[in-house]
Design a binder for this molecule. Sequence first.
Ligand SMILES: Nc1ncnc2c1ncn2[C@@H]1O[C@H](COP(=O)(O)OP(=O)(O)OP(=O)(O)O)[C@@H](O)[C@H]1O
Length: 589
Amino acid sequence: MRHYRLFMEALWRADRRRFMVVAVGVLATGLLPAVLMVASGRVIEAITGVVTGDQDSARRGLMAVAWFVVFSLLMAGARWMTATAQAGLSQRLLAWVEDRLATAVLGPATVAHLEDPAVMAEIDAASEASRENVYYWALRGFVQSSTVRLTGVVSAVVLLALSWWAPLLLVAGYAGLLVAYVRWEQVSADDLSETIATSRRRSEYYRELLAEPAAAKEVRIFGLAGWLDFRFGSVWLAAMEAVWRRRGRVQRLLTLGTLGLVAVHVVVVGGLAHAALAGTISVAAVAVFVQAIAGMDGLISAQYDSLGVAKAGTALARLRTLSTRLEQSSAAPVEDADPGPCAVELRDVTFHYPGSKRAILDHLDLRVEPGSSLAIVGVNGAGKSTLTKLLAGLYRPDSGAVLVDGKPADPAGGRVAAVFQSFGRYELSLRDNVTLGAPGIDDREVEKALGLAGAARLGATLDTPLAAAYDGGTDLSGGQWQRVALARALVAVERGAGLLILDEPTASLDVRAEIELFEQFLEVTRGVTTILVSHRLSSVRHADRIVLLDGAHVVEDGTHEELMTAGGGYATMFTLQASRFAVGVADAG
Ligand SMILES: Nc1ncnc2c1ncn2[C@@H]1O[C@H](COP(=O)(O)OP(=O)(O)OP(=O)(O)O)[C@@H](O)[C@H]1O
């Protein structure tokens, strides 16, 4: 019942007007068959009268035929009206669901929820329901099942004219089978249930790795196809086996229910035949009652259709849980920020990733003066990227505060521009890939930013789609993509971002290109608070200040010269890199 309630509520909210039209259509198409049954009885009665020579029967027969035609036309009209409104309503429902899902997922300012397995399971279940057209089938099923169910009820009323026990017996038979079907529905809805959602998501991931281009190269080189196929199959089977076992049990119950229903039909039809042979009811009445017995089948055949409603209801329930869960962490409205470079401060910040016990940052204090540049260095996994994501407001600290201009860091505040390690490679035009950083800028500004980022000669016009799969599209090399991402960050800075975060922004560039780029970049970004993460210490040395991150703490802090003089970890790393580079150059020579 909860599924029905949720489904009705969603339909109502998606499109009230069409919902009402469908409801009226269902009422009409569900009730009219009973009227047609009675009208057909009248026609047969008149025909029998004509055969037996009753003079008045022909006139009554004509009237009955006229009524029959009128009701049949009404029925056809109601069907047409329902089908048309239903098509529109199912589209509106899908749009409403998608909208709710997008609102829920985009609500929180941070991205931590996208790494929470429980949230991801809910997002997946809701998206899968849309992909599999669950809502379309549910509405179709709902309309059909409500119509035939209504016909079933009015048929039972018609059958009361035969005897009080005939409809009661049939209702009892249908009720028995209904119980079995309801159990069946519940078991089928388990396909989407929380218990197996995680395993399904995992198996889906293996399937994607097998089928999608992203992993295609490594799948071939490492010969992973067989292994992935096996993992996909075994995870999926493990998830589904429990569901199949439950289905097996319910199938036995269904068989029992079906046999019971056959038995009550034998009794009722036997009773009808007995009355007809005994002459206690007319041929016309037999015809009406036979139709009524068949019409009562709607009480159970409807169950096949309402399976879809159960699935949609489950998906809607999960969508509701998701919305409630994410509402609690939704972003506060963005306030107007002051222009100019940002002051950045981490105050006693401790941070763990969701579900992990390891503190990536542990009671960390750090202050960056407005307009200055800070480089963060450290070994792999030291927490440099994590620190930048906290500064961007994409994660919230477990304790302490990350403040940008004295307010908690907020990615939606319009003050942060960033090039992260996993920056976006959008399958859009070159222009769009840049203007996403500052919507509304003109082509001159786009070209200027591309020039500054060293991306003036990509072999693409501003209109070229950056994806080979599109007409006239092209793909870029890793370094070229990085330059486009830099151009995007640059336009955001031009448009007022006061904090620029660059996490390995030049990792894919060759050494010469990197040096050239940094020279230009530092010029352009002068006056903007810049946080730079890089393993290339030759680039880092130009920053106003450098911190070395190790063991969740800042262990060294100063200018390049100060850190070199101190002779600590930074100096060792720098000397090592410089000597390696010298050896590399000598070898090349
Ligand atoms: N989304 C995540 N969920 C859980 N743990 C994570 C996540 N991202 C990073 N980590 C862990 O946090 C630690 C710090 O990662 P981070 O990416 O900040 O390091 P880093 O210093 O930037 O490393 P690198 O130099 O390799 O880029 C790593 O041990 C990593 O395993």
